[in-house]
Design a protein around this ligand. Structure first.
Ligand code: NCD
Ligand code: ZN
Ligand code: ZN
Length: 343
C-alpha cells in the first residue's frame, strides 16, 4: 500500500542553533518544504535582524540539492515594540510572533509576564496580519499541571481574543478538549497545531511501568479522553487544525536526569508517525489536508506543488541520532514505524 500527498510543512519546529543544526535540519528537510521555526534560543530571537541571521544559519545546514524554507518567528517579550513588529512584517521572512508565558516551558524565562504589557505589539501584529502563536499554559504554582492549558484558555486566551478579535491566533500543540473547543468556537482567524505525540499517546505512555522521560513534554500528555478529542479534530477535515510537530531535541543526558527537560524529538519520522495516527483513526484520506494544505492556507502562503510518497513498509528507528557532540533519543527509538517515506 502507498500514499502520495502534497509535500507537508511543519508549522511548529524547534531546530536549536550551532553545530546541532547540521544534525536536525536534514531530518525536517527530507520531508517538509517549510517549517515555522521557534525562537526560544538562548538568548531568544527578539529582533528581526537576529531572525534573519538565524535563518541563514539554518539554510547553511540544508543538505545540497534539498529545498527547505525556514519561516522565522520573533519571541514576544514585555517590551517588544510595535516598530519591531512592523520591521519583522516588512522583512518577508518573519511569519509570526511566539508567546511564551514566562516560566511555562523550555527557555521561556524571557517570556511575557503580563499580557497587558504586550498590547501595543499585539495591536501592531493585528494591523500587519502577523499571527500570534501561543504556548497556552498558565504558570501559577497552585494550578495543577494537567489543568494549565484549560485555565490559560479561560483566563488569558478568551479575553485576548475578545479584546482583539481580528488578531490571527494559533493555539500551539493543543493537548485538551478545551483547546479544541476554543479553536472550533472562534472565527477563521483562529487555528491550532497538533503534535504527533499528542495524537498517538496519552499520559500512560509516560508513567506506566516506570517513568519514561522521553515522553515528557509540555504541555504534558493528558488522559485518553483528551487524546480522542485531538484525533477527532485532526481527522475532521476542518481547516482550523494542522500539523505542527513541536519536535524539540534535547541531549540524552538532559532528558534522562533527576530533573529532565521537556520536549520530544519526532522530526526524524514525523509524517510517517502522523500517517500511523490517521490510519488508526481510519482517516488516511484526511491526512493531506491536515499535513499539507490547511497550514499554508492559514498563513496565506501557496500550497506546495511537489509530493511525497509513503509506503506501508515497517522499518526500525535507530536507538539514537547524533546531536552535535551528544545524542538525541528519537520517538520510537529501537522500535518499528509502520510507514516509510520513499526518497
Ligand atoms: N514542547 C516542549 O516540551 N519543549 C519545547 C518548548 C515548547 O514548545 O513548549 C522545547 O523547546 O524544548
Ligand atoms: Zn510550547
Ligand atoms: Zn514547541
Amino acid at each position: 500500500m502507498q500514499l502520495t500527498l502534497t509535500r507537508p510543512d511543519d508549522w511548529h519546529l524547534h531546530l536549536r542553533d550551532g553545530p546541532v543544526l547540521a544534525d536536525v535540519v536534514p531530518h525536517s528537510a527530507r520531508q517538509c518544504a517549510r517549517a515555522i521555526i521557534m525562537p526560544n534560543l538562548k538568548p531568544p530571537v527578539t529582533r528581526t535582524e537576529q531572525a534573519l541571521a538565524y535563518r541563514e544559519r539554518i539554510l547553511a545546514a540544508v543538505p545540497a540539492g534539498v529545498e527547505f524554507t525556514p519561516l522565522m518567528t520573533l519571541y514576544l517579550t514585555d517590551t517588544l515594540s510595535p516598530e519591531e513588529i512592523r520591521t519583522a512584517a516588512a522583512s518577508g521572512h518573519v511569519h509570526a510572533v511566539k508567546l511564551y508565558p514566562a516560566g511555562a516551558t523550555t527557555h521561556s524565562d524571557a517570556g511575557v509576564t503580563d499580557l497587558h504589557r504586550t498590547w501595543p505589539a499585539l495591536e501592531a501584529m493585528a494591523e500587519a496580519g502577523l499571527p500570534l502563536l501561543v504556548h497556552g499554559e498558565v504558570t501559577e504554582p497552585d494550578i495543577d499541571i494537567f489543568d494549565r492549558e484549560a485555565v490559560f484558555i479561560e483566563r488569558h486566551l478568551e479575553p485576548l481574543h475578545r479584546r482583539l478579535p481580528e488578531l490571527k491566533l494559533v493555539l500551539e500543540h493543543i493537548t485538551t478538549r478545551q483547546g479544541i473547543e476554543f479553536v472550533q468556537g472562534a472565527g477563521p482567524n483562529v487555528a491550532g497545531t497538533l503534535t504527533v505525540h499528542h495524537l498517538l499517546y496519552n499520559r500512560n505512555a509516560m508513567l506506566v511501568g516506570g517513568i519514561r522521560p522521553h515522553y515528557y513534554c509540555l504541555p504534558v500528555l493528558k488522559r485518553e479522553t483528551h487524546r480522542e478529542a485531538l484525533i477527532a479534530a485532526a481527522t475532521s477535515g476542518s481547516p482550523k487544525f494542522f500539523l505542527g510537530t513541536d519536535s524539540a531535541p534535547h541531549p540524552q543526558h538532559a532528558k534522562e536526569s533527576a530533573c529532565g527537560c521537556a520536549g520530544l524529538y519526532t522530526a526524524h519520522a514525523a509524517i510517517e508517525l502522523y500517517a500511523e495516527a490517521f490510519e488508526q483513526a481510519g482517516a488516511l484520506d484526511r491526512l493531506e489536508g491536515f499535513a499539507s494544505h490547511f497550514g499554508a492556507d492559514f498563513y496565506g502562503l501557496p500550497r506546495n506543488r511537489d509530493t511525497v510518497t509513503l509506503v506501508r513498509e515497517p522499518w526500525t528507528v535507530p536507538e539514537s541520532y547524533p546531536l552535535g557532540k551528544e545524542k538525541v533519543i528519537p520517538l520510537r527509538a529501537g522500535k518499528e514505524i509502520a510507514w516509510r517515506l520513499q526518497l
